[in-house]
Design a protein around this ligand. Structure first.
Ligand code: SME
Length: 217
């Protein structure tokens, strides 16, 4: 075991192969869905973790209930007195922050039979999407979540960023009707798993009344 060169508490807790903390984006996703980077320093490669405590905490708790933590946080937001837009902006931000591979996250609202861009982490080119168009519109027309491994293989894909490689769209239903959808893009191919889909479905159920309310506003 290597000696820890820093006092980073997350580094200590993360296990034997972890030797340093690191600030920045130099990292890659490991098969077990943790984040690590490789650094050659006077010896064999060693694993370093992003010195971003919030993300590290979330990654470490992934196996032991990330989804429960996040769900509880979002439930708290939904139960608050804050206006719909504020609640959903914050929910999107927290969902987004929990996943380092997620490069753009947003919610499209179903308004008058068209998908209209709602709370999101950054502006996007497509602020109105017709049912049947793109990945987002296809989810509604097929009444089915979409998990796209590589957007370059989707014929009717609507590009919001040239860097996007994979995308997930998870429908949000309220009282049996589609009221909106989560849309998340990643610059990495195959960034989304069925676990991500399940998590977003759960969160979708929690925020559905707020989404319905904002969509109807
Ligand atoms: N790619 C989406 C459009 C929305 S942007 O990704 C934000 C689609 O094909 O529907």
């Amino acid at each position: 075991m290597h000696r820890l060169p820093t006092q980073c508490p997350q580094a200590r807790r993360a296990g034997e192969s972890l030797v340093a903390c690191f600030t920045g984006t130099y990292a890659s996703r490991m098969p077990d869905r943790t984040w690590a980077g490789h650094l050659n320093y006077r010896g064999p490669p060693v694993i370093i973790w992003l010195h971003d405590h919030r993300r590290v905490e979330r990654q470490m708790s992934e196996k032991t209930g990330l989804s429960q933590d996040l769900k509880a946080e979002v439930e708290g937001l939904v139960a608050s007195d804050a206006p719909d837009e504020e609640v959903l902006n914050e929910a999107v931000r927290r969902v987004h922050d929990a996943h380092p591979l997620w490069d753009w996250s947003g919610i499209y609202l179903m308004k008058g039979g068209v998908l209209v861009l709602g709370p999101r982490t950054a502006p996007a080119d497509h602020d109105r999407i017709e049912v049947g168009d793109g990945v987002c519109g296809t989810a509604v027309s097929e009444d089915k979540n979409q998990v796209v491994e590589d957007v370059r293989e989707v014929e009717n894909y609507l590009a919001c960023s040239i860097h996007t490689r994979s995308e997930i769209v998870v429908l949000i239903r309220h009282e049996g009707e589609i009221v909106g959808e989560f849309d998340i893009d990643s610059d990495t191919v195959g960034a989304f798993s069925s676990a991500d889909e399940a998590l977003l479905e759960e969160l979708g159920e929690v925020i559905a009344p707020r989404v319905a309310s904002l969509a109807g506003a």
